[in-house]
Design a protein around this ligand. Structure first.
Ligand code: ZN
Length: 168
C-alpha cells in the first residue's frame, strides 16, 4: 500500500496506522461536501496557524437547531481536510444534541484514543492515530472547533483559531 502514496502527504501521515491512511488520503484528495452553501445560517472561519490549515465552514440549521446542511472550503494538510470531509459527511442531518455528543466523542478519540462505540463514530475512527501527535490533534480538531462555534451562535459569521488560549 505504501507505494500508492508517493507525494508529500506521505510524511504527514506516515506514522498513523497504515490501515487508515487510504481513507484519510481519499477524503483529503476528494473531499465530500466541499463547496459553497447558499443560504447558510452561520459561516465560521477556522484557522490553525501552527500548520497553515484553514477551514471555511458553512452550516444551515433547520427549525429545531439541527444541521440541515453543512459544507466547507479551505486548504491545508491532509489531516485537516480529511477531518472536515469526514465530519461534514457524519453531521449532515443530525440533531443539535447528536452533534454535541459527536463533538465530545471525537475529541476524546483524538486526544485519549477512547473509542466510544455507543456514539457511533463510524468512519471518524480513522483519525484515532493523531492522538500520538499533538500538532496533528489541532489539525483534526479544527473543523470540529468551527462547528462548535457555529452551534454556539446559530447565525452570522465568526472566526476561531487553534492558537486562542481557550482553545482546547
Ligand atoms: Zn494541519
Amino acid at each position: 500500500m505504501g507505494n500508492l502514496i508517493s507525494d508529500g502527504m506521505n510524511t504527514e501521515i506516515g506514522e498513523l496506522e497504515e490501515l487508515y491512511q487510504e481513507v484519510i488520503l481519499d477524503h483529503s484528495r476528494r473531499p465530500r461536501n466541499f463547496g459553497e452553501l447558499p443560504g447558510a445560517s452561520v459561516k465560521v472561519h477556522g484557522d490553525n496557524p501552527a500548520c497553515g490549515d484553514e477551514i471555511h465552514l458553512a452550516v444551515k440549521f433547520d427549525g429545531n437547531g439541527g444541521l440541515e446542511d453543512i459544507k466547507f472550503t479551505g486548504h491545508g494538510c491532509a489531516i485537516s481536510q480529511a477531518s472536515a470531509s469526514l465530519m461534514t459527511a457524519k453531521l449532515r442531518g443530525k440533531s443539535r444534541a447528536e452533534v454535541e455528543q459527536m463533538l465530545l466523542a471525537f475529541h476524546d478519540l483524538v486526544t485519549t484514543g477512547k473509542n466510544d462505540g455507543a456514539k457511533n463514530l463510524g468512519d471518524l475512527q480513522v483519525m484515532r492515530g493523531v492522538r500520538k501527535f499533538p500538532q496533528r490533534v489541532k489539525c483534526a480538531m479544527l473543523p470540529w472547533r468551527a462547528v462548535e462555534q457555529a452551534l454556539r451562535q446559530s447565525e452570522g459569521e465568526a472566526t476561531v483559531s487553534t492558537e486562542e488560549p481557550e482553545f482546547g
